[in-house]
Ligand binder design. Structure first.
Ligand code: PA5
Length: 427
């Protein structure tokens, strides 16, 4: 039995031949991955990063930052920030009582940066600048703004004590600048692309500063690795089931996958998930379009469409059996709101009924549903889920004959933006 439980409720009948074909292809892909892993193919370096050697350095630094600074400004875009934000929101919501993590460099909104600068003007803070290429415009601009702010306030030496950088160890403007200014540098391995990097310093340093137990995160990832990626091919493995059926759905015309959570603290995780699947699979005019929703909130925004709109979507629901707190509905002697029938029930139980009721309605309405059940929302589960989805998207991309580890399409907007800015890309 695996830590994650998989269930599939499907109103669609698949063609037997297609099913057998995919099963055989998945078996072959599994075999190739095993061989490539044994041969230490660098493309699969992400599979080993739950054993990172930087751990001790990260934890020591995180302790120092926590003791000294009220804020850590994390600068990065895409895979260079989405995982850390996902972990912090999933595990702490708005309840972070230690060093607060602020994220910048994911946009070029003047008013957003202005608000963060206002928030920090009389505070002491550190910066974690993350860019693998060292040349992405959004974080590079934010870094210039916040680095200059620190240099003006504390001088070059004071800024140096407050700035930490994760980048590739070989080249780029960020590396050169950081070496010149003698910032502490974490090397991001060449073969790990941003969206697969959350279990390196990219995600682990912000998480540790926020007070998350990163050992436990890695324990979750290691458990997922052991449970889900064994030498022996096994179709009961939940990752293989998920990959097989979501691709059968895709072949039968279901082009949109909604990742569903029942807790607003999971929104950033949903965004991380969307990026992972969109950038890995969406190539050569192929790929399931990933989107993320929070129920029951979004049942009152796009629920109508899901129930009765075009039948081109399926849902993947992530359900946590236990919550951090158990709020119980109290009886009210006047019962003016008519809710006394629910007195004595926990909110978690009521939320679960919403989940089960929605599941039934959507499946009956023609929307296939995957249900991934996890015992509780903690650091271990975060690490486990990261590994689960990274493995799933790798297998699924290979099944669709696309390379999961590049993102050539992201360059198109940059070329036009730079030609409008009338300059060459920095770096
Ligand atoms: O997943 C990816 O590789 C991308 O989303 C990158 O993380 C993102 O484009 C940022 O790139 P960089 O870290 O080079 O600034």
């Amino acid at each position: 039995m695996t830590y994650i439980q998989f269930d599939f409720q499907n109103p669609i009948i698949f063609k037997e031949t297609q099913m057998i074909k995919f099963q055989q292809q998945l078996k072959n892909i599994h075999h190739k991955l095993c061989v490539q892993k044994q041969q230490k193919n660098p493309c699969l370096d992400w599979m080993n990063i739950h054993q990172t050697e930087d751990n001790f350095k990260i934890q020591e630094l995180a302790k120092k930052i926590r003791n000294r600074f009220q804020f850590l400004v994390v600068i990065g875009i895409g895979g260079s920030y989405a995982g850390a934000k996902a972990a912090i929101e999933m595990l702490q919501g708005t309840m972070n009582h230690g060093t607060k993590i602020l994220f910048v460099g994911q946009n070029m909104s003047s008013s957003y940066i202005h608000q963060i600068l206002e928030q920090l003007h009389d505070k002491d803070f550190a910066i974690h600048m993350i860019s693998k290429s060292g040349s992405t415009l959004e974080p590079a601009l934010a870094f210039r703004i916040f680095r200059t702010f620190l240099e003006k306030k504390y001088g070059e030496n004071g800024a140096q004590e407050r700035i930490f950088v994760t980048t590739n160890p070989n080249d780029g403007n960020l590396l050169k600048l950081s070496q010149k200014k003698k910032y502490t540098i974490f090397a991001l391995p060449e073969n790990i692309c941003g969206r697969f990097s959350v279990l390196t310093s990219v995600g682990l340093l912000p998480m540790a500063v926020a007070g998350i137990d990163i050992e436990y995160v890695q324990k979750g990832a290691t458990t997922a690795y052991k449970e889900l990626f064994s030498q022996i091919f096994n179709f009961n493995n939940p990752v293989y089931q998920y990959v097989l059926y979501r691709n059968l759905l895709y072949q039968s015309g279901k082009k949109i996958e909604l990742f569903v959570n029942y807790d607003p603290d999971m929104l950033a995780f949903g965004k991380w998930w969307s990026q992972l699947f969109a950038e890995s699979e969406g190539k050569n005019h192929k790929g399931i379009f990933p989107s993320t929703v929070i129920f029951s909130t979004d049942l009152h925004t796009i629920g109508q469409y899901i129930q009765e709109g075009e039948r081109h979507l399926f849902e993947t629901v992530l359900w946590f059996e236990n919550t951090l707190s158990n709020i119980t509905i109290e009886a009210d002697f006047e019962n003016l709101d008519g809710l006394n029938d629910l007195a004595g029930q926990t909110l978690q139980n009521i939320n679960k009924k919403a989940f089960l009721g929605t599941l039934q309605a959507h499946v009956e309405g023609g929307v296939p549903n995957f249900i991934l059940t996890i015992p509780k929302k903690d650091a271990f589960s975060f690490g486990y889920l990261v590994y689960f989805f990274e493995l799933a998207v790798t297998l699924s991309s290979y099944l669709n004959k696309v390379d999961p580890f590049n993102q050539p399409g992201v360059e198109a907007y940059k070329d036009y933006m730079y030609s409008l800015l009338n300059q060459c890309p920095i770096g």
